[in-house]
Design a protein around this ligand. Structure first.
Ligand SMILES: *[C@@H]1O[C@H](CO)[C@@H](O)[C@H](O)[C@H]1NC(C)=O
Ligand SMILES: *[C@@H]1O[C@H](CO)[C@@H](O)[C@H](O)[C@H]1NC(C)=O
Ligand SMILES: *[C@@H]1O[C@H](CO)[C@@H](O)[C@H](O)[C@H]1NC(C)=O
Length: 532
C-alpha cells in the first residue's frame, strides 16, 4: 500500500468510527393509544438520523404489535393484565365521562372517578411488575448500554428505571392532572392568578371568582393526586428498592421535558430552561386522498366539505344522538365525510358519507375543507391548526373540554355539548363555523403562528434528545429550586428573619425613646421638685 493510500484508508476508518459514535442508543418507555401516535414521529425521525431506537412493549399492548415488521427494536415483557381488561377499563372510562357524568352529583362523580383511577393505578403497577420483577428483562436493559430513556410518563416507572440504569431521562407529555407533575416534580412556576390548571376549563383571563376556583382546583387536585398516585407509587418504589424513594423527586431529575403544546394552542406562561414546547410534532402537509374520497370531495363544488370525527376511541354514540346529528348534517349544502363505526343513522342525508376510517390530516389539508367537527383531542386540533380549519367541538372526555376552551378563546372554534345539544343549537353552531368568516380568519392566524417558529416542532424535539445524549444529560438546565424546601422557595424564612429584625429595631427604638423621654422629663420633674 502506498503511504497516501494508507493515509486515506485511515481517514476513512476514522470517519466511520466518528459516524458510528454519532448514533445514539435510545430506550423508549411503553405507552398506549394517542400517546403512542404522538411518540412515533419523533422515533421515526431519530432513526432517520442514525440512532438506534428500542421500545419497551408490554404483552397486552393495544396499539403495538411486535410481530409487525418495523424500524424499531422491541423489548417485550409479560404482564398479568389482559387486553380485554384494558379495553373494559377504557369503555368504563368513556361511558362515565360521556354519559354518566352529566347525570351525577359531585359525590357520585368523585366516587366513581376514584374507583376508575384506582383500577388504572392497579393496572399501571402490574405493568411495572412485569418489567421490574423480571430478571431477564432487567438484565437485558442493563446490558443494552442505552444513552437515554425517552418516556411519556403516563405509565409510571420510567423515572425509576432511568435512575437505576444511570441514563439521562427525557419526558414528553401534553400535561398532567392539574399540571401536578410539571409543577411539583418539574418545578415549573404556575401562578394560579393567570395560569389556568389543566382540565379547569378556564382561560388565562380570570375574574375574581374564577381565580378562587383555579386556586382551589390546584389544591384539591394536588391533595387527590398525593393521596392516590403518589402514595401508591412511592410505596411501590420504596418496597422495590428497600430505601425511602419519592417518585416525584425522581421525576424531577428528568433532564428535559418536551411539552406537546405551543403558543398557537396554549396561553402564554412562565417556563424553565429545560421545558421545551413542541406542540404539533405530527403535523405535516396533506397527501392525495383515496380516489373515491377525492371524487366525493370534488362533487361538493364551491360549497366544499365538512370533516367529522369523534376520534379513534369512541366507536358509536346513541342512536338518538346519531339521528339528530345526521338530520342536521343533511340540511347543509356541504358534503360531509363522517368517520363512524356505529349503526348507520336512519336520517343520513345524501350529502353525508360514513367511513370506518378517514385520512384525517389529508382531509383537513384539502382545499375544499370548510370545517372540522371534532371531539377536541389534541392531535386533531393540532392538525386543524396546522391547516387553518375552523372547528365545531363536541368534547367527550379527558382534556377535550379544556382543549376546546382554548380554541374557542382564540376564536377558532364553537363548542356544542353532546348531552345538552338540540337540533337548533347544533344547526346554529354548524352554520356559524362554516359561514362566519371570523372563525376561518382566527384559524388561519393560528396556522401562521404555528408555522412561524425558528425550528419545526419535530426537529426541535429531536434536537433536544440529541443534545441530551451529546452532553450526557442536561442537568445544567435544571433550576436550583429542586433543592429548596417550600418555605425557602417562597423566601418565607428570609421574610420571617427580616420581620424579626424590623420588629427588634422598632422595639429597640421605642425602648430607647422611652428611656430618653423618662431621663429628660424625669430630670425636669426632679428639678421642679427641688425648686419647690
Ligand atoms: C401482529 O402482526 C402480525 C404480522 O403482521 C399479524 O399476523 C398478527 O395478526 C398481528 N396481531 C395483532 C393482534 O394484530
Ligand atoms: C413471556 O411469556 C412467554 C410465554 O410464557 C415466554 O415464552 C417468554 O419468554 C416471556 N417473555 C419474557 C420477556 O419473559
Ligand atoms: C355501541 O355499540 C356497542 C356494540 O355494538 C353497544 O353494546 C353499545 O351499547 C353502543 N353504545 C351506545 C352508546 O349506543
Amino acid at each position: 500500500m502506498e503511504p497516501e493510500q494508507r493515509l486515506s484508508v485511515s481517514v476513512l476508518l476514522l470517519l466511520f468510527a466518528a459516524w458510528g459514535a454519532h448514533g445514539g442508543n435510545i430506550l423508549v418507555w411503553y405507552t398506549e393509544g394517542s400517546h403512542w401516535i404522538n411518540l412515533k414521529p419523533v422515533l421515526e425521525a431519530l432513526i432517520d438520523k442514525g440512532h438506534k431506537v428500542t421500545v419497551l412493549v408490554p404483552s397486552s399492548s393495544l396499539f403495538m404489535n411486535i410481530s409487525e415488521p418495523s424500524r424499531f427494536g422491541y423489548e417485550p415483557f409479560n404482564v398479568s393484565v389482559t387486553t380485554e381488561q384494558i379495553e373494559r377499563l377504557m369503555e368504563d372510562l368513556f361511558y362515565f365521562s360521556i354519559y354518566e357524568v352529566d347525570h351525577m352529583n359531585y359525590l357520585q362523580i368523585y366516587n366513581r372517578f376514584m374507583e376508575l383511577i384506582q383500577v388504572n393505578l392497579d393496572f399501571s403497577l402490574r405493568f411495572l411488575d412485569g418489567l421490574l420483577k423480571s430478571d431477564t428483562v432487567m438484565q437485558r436493559l442493563k446490558e443494552g448500554n442505552y444513552d437515554l430513556l425517552f418516556s411519556d410518563p403516563i405509565f409510571p416507572g420510567s423515572e425509576l428505571v432511568a435512575d437505576m440504569l444511570g441514563v439521562p431521562l427525557v419526558f414528553t407529555l401534553r400535561f398532567s392532572m392539574a399540571n401536578n407533575w410539571e409543577r411539583h416534580c418539574g418545578q415549573i412556576p404556575a401562578p394560579p392568578s393567570f395560569v389556568p390548571a389543566a382540565m379547569s376549563k378556564l382561560t388565562d383571563k380570570m375574574d375574581f371568582f374564577e381565580r378562587v376556583w383555579n386556586f382551589l382546583f390546584y389544591k384539591m387536585q394536588d391533595a387527590m393526586i398525593a393521596n392516590t398516585l403518589w402514595s401508591a407509587v412511592d410505596e411501590y418504589y420504596t418496597k422495590y428498592r428497600g430505601t425511602p424513594t419519592s417518585a416525584c423527586e425522581l421525576m424531577g431529575r428528568a433532564d428535559i421535558w418536551l411539552m406537546r403544546t405551543y403558543w398557537d394552542f396554549d396561553f402564554p406562561r412562565p417556563f424553565l430552561p429545560n421545558f421545551k414546547y413542541v406542540g404539533g410534532i405530527h403535523c405535516r402537509p396533506a397527501k392525495a386522498l383515496p380516489k373515491d374520497m377525492e371524487e366525493f370531495a370534488q362533487s361538493s363544488g364551491d360549497d366544499g366539505i365538512v370533516v367529522f370525527t369523534l376520534g379513534s376511541m369512541v366507536k358509536n354514540i346513541t342512536r338518538e344522538k346519531g339521528n339528530m346529528i345526521a338530520s342536521v348534517l343533511a340540511e347543509i349544502p356541504q358534503k360531509v365525510l363522517w368517520r363512524y363505526s356505529g349503526e348507520k343513522p336512519e336520517t343520513l342525508g345524501p350529502n353525508t358519507r360514513i367511513f370506518n376510517w378517514i385520512p384525517q390530516n389529508d382531509l383537513l389539508g384539502h382545499p375544499k375543507t370548510r370545517a372540522f367537527i371534532t371531539h377536541g383531542g389534541t392531535n386533531g386540533i393540532y392538525e386543524a391548526i396546522y391547516h387553518g380549519v375552523p372547528m365545531l367541538g363536541i368534547p367527550l372526555f379527558g382534556d377535550q373540554p379544556d382543549n376546546l376552551v382554548h380554541m374557542k378563546d382564540k376564536g377558532a372554534a364553537v363548542v356544542a355539548e353532546l348531552n345538552f345539544m338540540t337540533p337548533e343549537s347544533f344547526r346554529d353552531a354548524l352554520n356559524a363555523v362554516i359561514n362566519d368568516k371570523s372563525y376561518k380568519e382566527s384559524a388561519m392566524q393560528l396556522s401562521s403562528i404555528h408555522k412561524d417558529r425558528p425550528i419545526k416542532a419535530l426537529d426541535e424535539a429531536v434536537f433536544w434528545i440529541e443534545y441530551t445524549m451529546r452532553n450526557k444529560g442536561a442537568k445544567h438546565l435544571r433550576v436550583q429550586s429542586h433543592e429548596l424546601t417550600w418555605y425557602q422557595y417562597h423566601s418565607l424564612d428570609v421574610m420571617v428573619s427580616l420581620l424579626f429584625i424590623v420588629l427588634f429595631m422598632i422595639f429597640l427604638s421605642i425602648k430607647t425613646c422611652s428611656f430618653c423621654f423618662r431621663r429628660c422629663c424625669g430630670r425636669k420633674r426632679t428639678k421642679k421638685r427641688k425648686a419647690e
